[in-house]
Design a protein around this ligand. Structure first.
Ligand code: ZN
Length: 393
């Protein structure tokens, strides 16, 4: 199995007090390295040998945490080895970086923050990471990092991620996931993520927002100001709640897929708003599927899947909610559907059940047909039907 080491650069924005601690740490770390390099016989390169000679001395002189001393010894040891290979002297150590291991550094996925042991105590920093970095870091417990000061005066924590094996697992099957209709998510395995409770809270926020927006535009000046303030607070609380929900739902689904060796299939909704061939949805349903929360859940699924090595298959969303997953029939009359609110009642094969569960299963079938072109009869048949029913795409 091959090991791949990736370095993920995560910018941090320390407060002035934290900058002082960071600078003290960088100074001490470089100072310790230079000191070690000076006092230890230059012929010695092995880290344990060097450590035995200077550990206590360095710890007393430089005020560094135990593991930072160990890291400094390792830095000198590896620079000496490189210098020896290149037949060059070891260069002076500059106060621009310090090495970290699992005892003095940790990453917290919940709020994307890192904590570092510095001279003067442990500090936590929010890291400035995008979806790429999140995808690489999600699900890992990184064990080493480097605190770096850049030439322009900014700081970053460069986290090392060891990836072994091919990054995407071989698929044992497919879990279809239907997102954002009545429930937050429903899987083809029959799991549904407590739509009612969450939707109720979301709708409550939505109603409150509507009434406040009315006040914000029509009331007296002070009412308008007050309404705007409440709206702002409401949106913050709603966002945090939804982010928490999405984090847990996506974590659960990807965890399941990872454990059972499955890929997941979801609808490809790029440009869904422009599409007109879906049956018109109700206003409430449109609000739900166009909301940022819905897109956040998809993003979370994507990056957690990437981190866990789970494949995500995007399928064409046309008619996923209209097709019967048992017999692949779509209501023959244009504008009519076997789906009615929460239930799906196929008048061709008489399958009756939860409409979202049906949707998730159609997504699963479509995912299988994407995954194995020319595969089973069923997937061919479904593809043929879907192609037949969507000539405009
Ligand atoms: Zn049917």
């Amino acid at each position: 199995m091959e090991k791949q080491v990736l370095t993920i650069v995560c910018k941090i924005n320390p407060t002035p007090e934290q900058v002082t601690k960071i600078e003290a740490t960088l100074q001490s770390f470089a100072g310790a390295c230079n000191y070690i390099n000076e006092v230890v016989d230059p012929r010695l390169t092995h880290n344990v040998t060097i450590q035995n000679l200077v550990y206590r001395d360095v710890r007393e002189q430089f005020g560094l945490a135990s593991n930072l001393v160990v890291r400094a010894v390792n830095r000198v040891s590896s620079n000496r080895k490189t210098a020896k290979r290149m037949n060059k002297p070891v260069r002076k150590f500059l106060p621009t970086s310090a090495d970290y291991d699992a005892r003095i550094f940790s990453l917290r996925e919940k709020d994307w923050s890192v904590s570092l042991t510095l001279v003067g105590g442990r500090e936590r920093f929010l890291v400035d990471v995008g979806n790429y970095q999140k995808g690489k870091l999600s699900g890992f417990t990184p064990t080493s990092a480097t605190l770096v000061k850049h030439q322009n005066g900014t700081y970053s924590v460069n986290i090392k991620v060891h990836i072994d094996a091919p990054s995407i697992q071989k698929s044992q099957g497919i879990i279809g996931v239907d997102l954002g209709r009545r429930d937050v998510a429903v899987t083809s395995e029959g799991e549904s993520f407590s739509g009612q409770q969450i939707t109720k809270i979301r709708d409550r926020y939505s109603r409150a927002r509507t009434s406040l927006q009315k006040k914000a535009s029509e009331g007296t000046r002070s009412t308008r100001r007050r309404a705007r303030q409440i709206l702002q607070r409401l949106s913050g609380r709603e966002r945090r709640f939804q982010t928490w929900v999405n984090h847990n739902v996506s974590k659960h689904i990807i965890g399941k897929a990872k454990k059972s060796g499955c890929s997941i299939a979801i609808e490809d909704l790029t440009g869904i708003r422009e599409r007109t061939n879906e049956q018109p949805r109700s206003k409430t349903e449109r609000r739900r599927s166009n909301s940022w929360a819905f897109f956040q859940l998809r993003t979370f699924l994507d990056y957690k899947a990437l981190g866990a090595g789970v494949e995500v298959i995007k399928v064409n969303p046309a008619y996923t909610s209209q097709t019967c997953h048992k017999c692949l029939h779509i209501h023959p009359v244009k504008g009519k559907s076997y789906r009615s609110g929460k239930t799906f009642n196929c008048q061709h094969c008489n399958w009756k059940g939860d409409a979202d569960l049906n949707g998730a299963n159609v997504i699963k079938l479509l995912g299988a047909s994407v995954n194995s072109p020319g595969g089973s009869y069923l997937s061919c048949e479904l593809r043929r039907k879907v192609e037949y029913f969507q000539p405009s795409l």
